[in-house]
Design a protein around this ligand. Structure first.
Ligand code: TXA
Ligand code: MG
Length: 314
């Protein structure tokens, strides 16, 4: 049990956060997508602590965060295409799955002993400063208990992980609001998870449609829809006429809405907070319904998260 410290983005607190990370303990920090639960990606103990704090099945590999391309190349092997994609989208909400560089300092727990690694350069200035101050790669899954809604505010992290981690760096609200897009570059570029970079932007850069890959959250159970990002209550999707007892999340005008103006960027940024709010209003075992969201741009990431949030619990 920890007395979880809340840190501000001041120079003193950032130095404190880096020191905690160097001691092998965990610090939750803001990125432009969601809050990450950071630990030293080279330390078996730190990575094991991440799995323990989240109650995460350890076969699920983690994303490694680095400050720049040179640090990324210490860990993974980039071909010309990977370099071009990195130049176009990093720093930003894109994760690339690449071959691990032999002899890299990564803990094998980070990659679940795969020969590939998921890696990204976050754009958030606090994440950048923390990575520089720490001076190494940070493994960072979303800072929530496994299977629950991802955190886009420091208070969300506290709700889920207070007492389970050393510190939380409070950097306000995450601008993107859904996790990074994951692109597999082991062979033909393959979309492994829709996210903060729209698929259309990747396809425009590549000049061809993307292969849609397996379920990035369930490497061992292809075709099965994981219950994930789940509110406590039941969630019904694509609802235009909610039932009287349902808490309704609108897309357009409404008391609880992802975006009053039907803006998908705003909807992505609001999504996880709105699910938490609906959960609170619905109460234990309550029913939540949500409006249809267009399957374009960030709508693809939103619908992916909603399908998982509505999937049967295991
Ligand atoms: O936006 C984000 O990506 C956030 C912030 C904190 O950066 N992080 C995040 O990490 O969402 P996490 O651990 O919740 O998601 C990691 C995903 C999992 O679905 C995992 O299966 C996939 O990345 N992944 C990791 N390594 C992989 C690999 N070598 N091959 C395929 N998928 C991999
Ligand atoms: Mg997650």
């Amino acid at each position: 049990m920890y007395q979880t410290e809340t840190l501000t983005p001041s120079a003193i607190d950032l130095a404190r956060a880096a020191k905690i990370l160097r001691s092998g303990e965990l610090v939750a920090f803001p990125t432009e997508t969601v809050y990450g639960l950071g630990g030293d990606a080279r330390s078996d103990i730190a990575v094991a602590r991440i799995f323990a704090a989240k109650d995460r099945p350890s076969f699920n590999p983690l994303i490694v965060h680095v400050p720049d391309l040179a640090a990324a190349q210490d860990i993974a092997i980039f071909n010309d295409l990977a370099i071009d994609i990195a130049a176009a989208f990093w720093p930003g909400p894109l994760t690339l799955v690449l071959p691990v560089r032999p002899g890299s300092a990564l803990s094998p727990l980070v990659t679940a002993d795969l020969a590939s690694v998921a890696i990204r350069i976050p754009a958030h200035p606090i994440a950048q400063t923390l990575l520089q101050a720490f001076g190494g790669p940070l493994a960072a899954p979303s800072a929530n208990p496994s299977g629950r809604i991802s955190p886009t505010r420091a208070i969300h992290v506290m709700d889920g992980l207070s007492g389970r981690i050393a510190a939380i760096l409070d950097g306000g609200t995450c601008a993107v609001g859904v996790e990074s897009t994951i692109l597999g570059l082991l062979a033909t570029p393959t979309l492994l998870r829709p996210g903060g970079i729209p698929v259309e932007a990747l396809e425009a850069m590549l000049g061809h449609p993307l292969l849609i890959g397996g379920n990035a959250n369930l490497p061992n159970a292809p075709g099965q829809l994981a219950s994930h990002y789940a509110p406590a209550g039941q969630l019904r999707l694509n609802v235009t006429s909610p039932k009287p007892h349902e808490i309704y999340i609108a897309f357009g005008p409404g008391t609880l809405s992802l975006s009053a103006t039907r803006d998908l960027t705003e909807a992505a940024a609001t999504l996880f907070h709105a699910l938490r709010e609906a959960d609170r209003l619905a109460g234990p075992g309550g029913q939540i319904a949500i409006a249809p969201i267009p399957e374009t741009g960030l709508g693809r990431a939103i619908n992916d998260r909603l399908r998982r949030a509505a999937a049967p619990r295991r």
